[in-house]
Design a protein around this ligand. Structure first.
Ligand SMILES: [Fe+2]
Ligand SMILES: [Fe+2]
Length: 396
């Protein structure tokens, strides 16, 4: 072993949530080799299903991994994949890690099942050339003819360096944790207590539709400021409108989490307050409540952040040249999880996760067609937005 080299193993996955089996994989790697560090690296995938509440938001998945490995020698948290917008591929991740840390020898810890499916992954050759594969499996599993044949084929075809580490089955998977936690039948001891406590505090893996307003705020990690705003909102708006505000808060955070270009706190407050102007006075004037809301957010709710005020100001019509936060609130207003009757809602939700500018254009167009069909007033800005964002593409 070269003295200047560092040896680091990566344990990857969605960690939705992290459990004792993941930690045992890391410990298994440490026990089998002289490693300097083990990195726990949550994947960057943005679960479309976190719209329902049954999957954890990316920021919650990350927080749980941090909690699970806290204080454990040689275990490190890595946001390498999470910090990137859009989907990430293992092959690209390791190619980038090799380029960034040329002094590191990288190992990738996978289960025996993963080795069998590796040839179907994106660019398996690149993976095999970038890392040493540490395959964890039970003795009879790793010595089975089929797994040895798979390993042999990968070695021959791609020059893969594959090593096996002993492993005993762990009696739980993330899927089972989610399901058993939801039904209250989760066996104790299989998920680190800090993670379990976090799941409970934030009401993870429960349908959003079943959460009370308070629980929705707790899910979003709200602090005193948001609770105060919520209390005031309940005096101004109908309960249904308040629920919608909580839905936009949740959705705005999901989008900020996906694109990673706006702080979550800003998305949370802007989403929560976006309709604060939709009081009895403005209830029937769809266009007036946005500028009125921006004024109220400043004067009544004490918001001084111009970006947040501007996101509230433009959330109904949008405008050409919107800031990222403005786009996020505009889009979140359309697709928040409690919406069910918006035009082309499913398609709008899919687009929102892949291309924010396209989503703005798509939603402006739907709004335009809808208002046109009802012969209602259309703000000319809606048309401008539709055209402007057709040419602005931002692919993830
Ligand atoms: Fe509104
Ligand atoms: Fe709204």
């Amino acid at each position: 072993m070269n003295k200047t080299e560092k040896h680091i193993a990566v344990v990857g996955g969605t960690f939705d949530p992290i459990h004792g089996g993941h930690l045992r994989l890391g410990q298994g790697a440490l026990g089998a080799l002289h490693l300097d560090e083990v990195w726990f690296m949550p994947s960057g995938s943005n679960n479309y299903r976190s719209l329902t509440g049954l999957r954890a938001e990316k920021y919650h998945r990350e927080a749980m991994v941090r909690l699970a490995i806290e204080g454990q020698d040689k275990f490190r948290f890595s946001d390498w994949e999470c910090a990137q917008p859009g989907s990430t591929y293992t092959s690209k991740t390791f190619a980038q890690l090799n380029a960034t840390f040329p002094e590191v020898v990288w190992y990738y810890v996978v289960g025996a099942d993963t080795l069998n499916s590796l040839k179907y992954w994106e660019e398996p050759e690149l993976i095999c050339n970038s890392v040493i594969l540490l395959v964890a499996g039970r003795q009879e599993q790793v010595s089975s003819d089929s797994l040895q044949q798979t390993a042999g084929a990968l070695r021959e075809r791609y020059g893969a360096d594959i090593r096996f580490i002993p492993w005993n089955d762990y009696p739980i998977s993330s899927t089972k944790v989610r399901r058993d936690h939801g039904t209250g039948s989760l066996e104790p001891g299989l998920v680190p207590p800090e993670v379990l406590d976090y799941m409970k505090r934030h009401h993870l893996y429960r349908p959003l539709q079943e959460l009370s307003d308070r629980e929705l705020l707790e899910r979003a990690g709200a602090g005193p400021l948001e609770y105060e705003c919520y209390e005031r909102l309940t005096t101004l708006l109908t309960p249904r409108r308040v629920k919608h505000c909580l839905g936009v808060m949740h959705m705005a955070m999901l989008l900020a989490d996906a694109y990673r270009n706006v702080p979550l706190e800003k998305a949370r407050l802007a989403g929560l307050l976006h309709d604060c102007g939709r009081t009895e006075n403005n209830a029937h004037n769809a266009l007036a409540h946005a500028p009125a809301g921006a004024r109220m957010a400043k004067q009544l709710f004490g918001v001084s952040d111009e970006e947040i005020l501007s996101a509230i100001r433009w959330h109904t019509t949008g405008r050409p040249g919107m800031t990222e936060l403005e786009k996020i609130v505009y889009v979140a207003d359309y697709i928040e999880p409690f919406r069910s009757h918006m035009v082309n809602l499913d398609k709008a939700r899919r687009i929102a996760y892949t291309d924010l500018n396209h989503a703005v254009s798509f939603m402006a167009e739907n709004t335009f067609r809808y208002l046109e069909s009802r012969e209602e007033d259309i703000d000319p800005v809606t048309l401008e937005v539709m055209e402007y964002y057709k040419v602005q593409k931002e692919f993830l």
